[in-house]
Design a binder for this molecule. Structure first.
Ligand code: ADP
Ligand code: MG
Length: 373
């Protein structure tokens, strides 16, 4: 293994060590005499040891962001700092990356949607490629490559050629190659988009394991909410070149009106009639395990209907949302609602009348349609 340190899983707090920071990152492409603003002042903070997901519709600027983070793409303005090094300052003015930038980049692994393996090279030789470029000796390269293939579960495929592998196996090779330079951070642009759901799960678990075993910080781009829910500690939502929401999943869930939270935990259900109050309650942390709803019912002697619910484990923590209905209009329910808030629950009152009508079409729906294209 590149680094045999074992990192105890620790709670990430909002002032954890930033490993990737972008400030005012802008990218404007010149395309056929037109200007396209792909990134419009992006401030991103990815903390050490976390898996950070960037989600957004096609064209939102996700790929531009990740390509600017390792300076594959030169930002138009703004700064990118990775592991304490200001890459934008290293990039200089020339077209070709200088030695310092190349060295800094070797500490950043990159995994691609279409694997980008060389078909004329064996699996082992593909993994050795970045080490060749770094000038590592032949014997050492081979040793490392075999070690990395073992790490990704492909020890027996060293001599195979990419065409002899399944999509999931190809992506494992892509991941082993990305780890060759012993990177501190791993960037992944839609690494699982070309894979079936089961293979997607196994690749995600691999990324999560690497994150834990090696203390690797992972910045991944996806258009699938499930990916975010399964592996991410934090997430950002991008729209039109801007980050419109960002935070740990727990923080997002605790943010009233958060679009990401709503899409991570969609709840539905309509009021039974006009004379009732419909509330979305979000449980996280300790509140998830307390019987608040039955306490509410007993304390105020009211009948509560559960219209919809979704419980899940996010980043190892139990969270959930529940849509409940209380008899009577909101004015009559101010006290019970206050009770729920006192219990540390997040409470969103739905507008009287149509429940779901005020909600814009969820991003995921559009994303799923796009993925199907
Ligand atoms: N090399 C390029 N030249 C011109 N326009 C580009 C280039 N790359 C991306 N774009 C444009 O920038 C915007 C953001 O693209 P991209 O970063 O690929 O978004 P995403 O990965 O979220 O789909 C889009 O409008 C896209 O057409
Ligand atoms: Mg993209």
């Amino acid at each position: 293994m590149p680094r045999a340190r074992h990192h105890p899983r620790r709670a990430l707090d909002s002032d954890g060590n930033p490993v990737i920071t972008t400030k005012g990152l802008t990218k404007v492409y010149q395309s056929r005499g037109r200007q396209v603003t792909a990134l419009d002042g992006v401030d991103l903070h990815v903390r050490e040891g976390e898996v950070f997901g960037v989600i957004g519709q096609s064209g939102a600027g996700k790929s531009s962001l990740i390509r600017c983070v390792n300076l594959l793409e030169r930002p138009t303005s703004g700064t990118v700092t990775v592991d304490g090094t200001d890459l934008t300052a290293l990039a200089g003015r020339g077209r070709r990356p200088n030695k310092d930038l190349r060295a800094a980049r070797s500490r950043i692994g990159m995994v691609f949607q279409h694997f980008n393996l060389l078909s004329s090279r064996t699996v082992r030789d593909n993994v050795e490629l970045p080490l060749e470029i770094l000038g590592v000796s032949c014997a050492e390269r081979t040793r490392r490559a075999l070690e990395l293939l073992d790490l990704v579960g492909l020890a027996d495929k060293a001599k195979a050629y990419p065409t002899q592998l399944s999509g999931g196996q190809k992506q494992r090779v892509g991941i082993a190659r990305a780890l060759a330079g012993n990177p501190k951070v791993l960037l992944s642009d839609e690494a699982t988009s070309a894979l079936d759901p089961e293979t997607t799960r196994s690749i995600l678990h691999l990324l999560r394991d690497l994150n834990r075993q090696l203390g690797l910080t992972v910045l991944l781009i996806t258009h699938e909410m499930d990916v975010v829910k399964t592996v991410c500690d934090s997430a950002a939502l991008m729209e039109k070149g801007k980050v419109v929401e960002t935070g740990t999943l727990a923080d997002l869930l605790a943010t009233p009106g958060s679009q990401l939270a709503r899409e991570l935990f969609p709840v539905t259900g309509d009021a039974s009639g006009p004379d009732s109050t419909v509330i979305d309650v979000t449980f996280h942390g300790e509140t998830a395990t307390q019987p608040v709803i039955s306490q509410l019912s007993r304390t105020y002697n009211i009948d509560i209907s559960i219209l919809g619910a979704a419980m899940d484990t996010v980043g190892g923590r139990q969270v959930g949302r529940m849509r409940i209905e209380l008899p009577g209009r909101y004015e009559e329910n101010v006290v019970p609602v206050g009770f729920l808030r006192e219990q540390g629950l997040q409470v969103d009152i739905l507008p009287a009348g149509g429940t779901e009508t005020a909600t814009p079409a969820p991003v995921t729906e559009t994303l799923v349609k796009e993925a199907a294209k």
